[in-house]
Design a protein around this ligand. Sequence first.
Ligand SMILES: [Zn+2]
Length: 419
Amino acid sequence: MATIADPPLALSAMRELQAGIAHSVQFCLRLARAYLDMGLVEAARKTATQVPDEGEEGQQARLLHLEALARQAAHGSVLDLGGRMTEETPGSSWPWRAMAHAAFVVGDRARAEEAALRALAYLPSAQDVTTCLAETEAGTERPSPLELVRVCADVGIGPHATVDCLVPVLWDIRPTTCLFEDGLEFVLEVVANAAMGTSATQQGLLGLARYLFGAYGIRTAFLRYGALAEGTLRPMGKAYFSRAPELHAVVEHLERLYWDTFRNGEGSRLSSEQYLREEGALLGYAECCVEWAARLREAGESIETAAAQALIYEEMTASVLEDSRVPAPALAYSAYEFYPCDPRCPAAEAQGQRMLERYAMVEGGFVEWVRGRVIPLNKARIAQAVGSPPYPQFVRAFNAELFTASLPRWQRSWLQPER
Ligand SMILES: [Zn+2]
């Protein structure tokens, strides 16, 4: 056994001890993470507080501690610890997220708004995008839809975003389209690879905006809001796409409207009928469907559940139980996460019909694609609203499905498992 009196051995013992401590700090961090994943929140909190409060590891431990406090609904402590953390690392979005929710739950809406906007600071503002595009000339390329799916896949934009957002804008099917932040993760490799919520994300999103404008004349605008569900506030972003020059001003106005309504709202429900109506008009949705959604929202009912129930009922009764010759509802589901007022709403069906006719003139193969893949996936998304898998999981499945479908037939059969 080495003794302290023996210099070379003492050195090696110290090195061993040092390695042991480093190892145990790493071990504590991993253990705390594992406890959190297992739902053992108090054990996670205690483990995280054992890590010395310094350096990068101290920072990681504080994040775990904060997550544990947030899950314990210790809102006051979240606001205290989060506040200290944002002073030390102002660029990190996670403490702001936790604080936005905590402030919302304790009823401090002004503080919740400020924290949510700070959490979403990595989303470029309308001004950021305008400045970024100032030197760029609007592009006029108009590749066929399937070609666009392939080109965009090459620059990291997934088929879901291309099919639902870019093709309809490029081919004048819809004036404006939109994509939720969960979907943005699938838009750019740079976003997928960088930790969400950093300045690298902002650079990636500005790069996306510049590419879409320079190549196709498509403008991108980002909106920062808070998703409210069952008493929780989750800072979220949306991206809007359009060729109209006024897009940035309209989205800026919509964002302001959202936060004004939020600040004046009461309880855990956000009264956002007006927001819903203005957004519906921006996206070019059928008026009856927008009005139906706004009234449900006014009554405090879930649009998603109502739409899912109506679709399942219509599909099962009209098309399966009553008369199998009646085709299943389809045309009203031409856009992802558009909720028609009725599965056979004439106005929404007419929009779907116009879309298919327009695509038929451009590229026959794409119409088959939309009929056979996109509309069934849009319907599946709505039908699964009750107890659905989380949005990112669904979009991942959506992308995999569309990507396989976009391959030439021989490659598709090559990808099939051998029978
Ligand atoms: Zn309708």
